[in-house]
Design a protein around this ligand. Structure first.
Ligand code: FE2
Length: 320
């Protein structure tokens, strides 16, 4: 159901159009001229406008022009109802930013279809825009982590790619893949709270410093707890340092008690750490790292999952 603002000066046509839209399940706010509709626009907050062109006081062009200048009206779909004799007006309507027009006389199906298409497109744009904003926020957070940690440059992006590959190979459904996409980017977000002197210390950490370093999964999970649209990613953040044999942190979970997201992250995180330049180990040849991963099956890693990951990476080596 959408909120539709309708203007039409001809009473019988206004009533008919209103009825058609209401039967289609929409809530209709109807006005005999553009000015009355405009006065009510910000109260109604319509999802779509259906407007006649020639009307007294304020015509359809005037209404469209005024609506486009309102904050709420800048992108609202706008549909003109126009007589065939007004065909020339269509050109003007286009330049003012009209989305569509129907020629009178139109039938009920035509009207309902035009409204449906416009609403659907509007919703798709809204979803896309909120997704874009979402990804930008996450990327900003992930970049903040990377900028501070000299040894992880490029790490989060590579890990995201590897995690997506593994998720796909495991046949995860699209909903899970969406969360994986940002969960993997954010897995180390808790490092924002680790001081530079510890994060980038060239020598070995003291036990106290090590404890602070190891707090990053819990702190990362806390950071995301209050952000409703990121909360689903928490298992990636909290559980990526758990180990299959129960010797990991922060919760010391074992085997299938470790969330599947954490088991996946552990594999790709270690793989990337070992294959890229880090403070404590020079990058090792990929085959040697894959052997080390296989050796960790049932100790550090979920044995089934690591087998799939290793096979995937070996196949890539062969293709190269
Ligand atoms: Fe980590």
């Amino acid at each position: 159901m959408a909120r539709i603002l309708l203007t039409e000066d001809e009473d019988s046509l206004r009533l008919m159009t209103r009825t058609v839209l209401e039967i289609a399940g929409h809530q209709v706010f109807a006005y005999p001229n553009g000015q009355l509709a405009l006065d009510d626009f910000e109260r109604v907050e319509p999802d779509l406008v259906v407007s006649d062109i020639s009307m007294p006081v304020l015509d359809g062009f005037g209404l469209l022009d005024a609506v486009r200048k309102l904050n709420l009206g800048a992108v609202v779909p706008f549909l003109f109802l126009t007589a065939r004799s007004e065909r020339e007006d269509v050109r003007l309507a286009r330049t003012l930013g009209v989305d569509d027009y129907l020629f009178k006389p139109y039938d009920a199906d035509e009207l309902i279809e035009a409204v449906r298409v416009r609403l659907q497109r509007r919703r798709a744009i809204e979803l896309f825009e909120s997704r874009q904003a979402h990804i930008q926020t996450i990327t900003m957070l992930a970049n903040l982590v990377e900028a501070r940690d000299a040894y992880t440059r490029g790490h989060v992006e590579r890990v995201q790619l590897l995690a997506m590959e593994l998720g796909n190979a495991l046949g995860w459904p699209p909903e899970a893949m969406v969360i994986l996409e940002y969960g993997s980017l954010l897995h180390d977000v808790g490092k924002l709270s680790v001081p530079d002197s510890i994060l980038n210390k060239p020598s070995e950490l003291t036990p106290d410093e090590f404890a602070i370093m190891r707090s990053h999964p819990v702190i990362g999970a806390k950071i995301l707890e209050d952000i409703v649209h990121l909360r689903a990613a928490i298992p990636y953040i909290r559980s990526h340092h758990e180990r299959w044999d129960g010797t990991g942190y922060p919760d010391g979970l074992a085997e299938y008690d470790i969330p599947v997201q954490g088991r996946l992250m552990a594999i790709v995180d270690v793989f990337d750490a070992l294959t890229s330049e880090r403070s404590y180990h020079k990058n090792l040849p990929v085959r040697q790292v894959l052997q080390a991963l296989s050796d960790g099956a049932g100790k550090h890693f979920d044995p089934e999952m690591v087998k799939i990951f290793v096979a995937l990476q070996l196949a890539k080596l062969q293709d190269a």
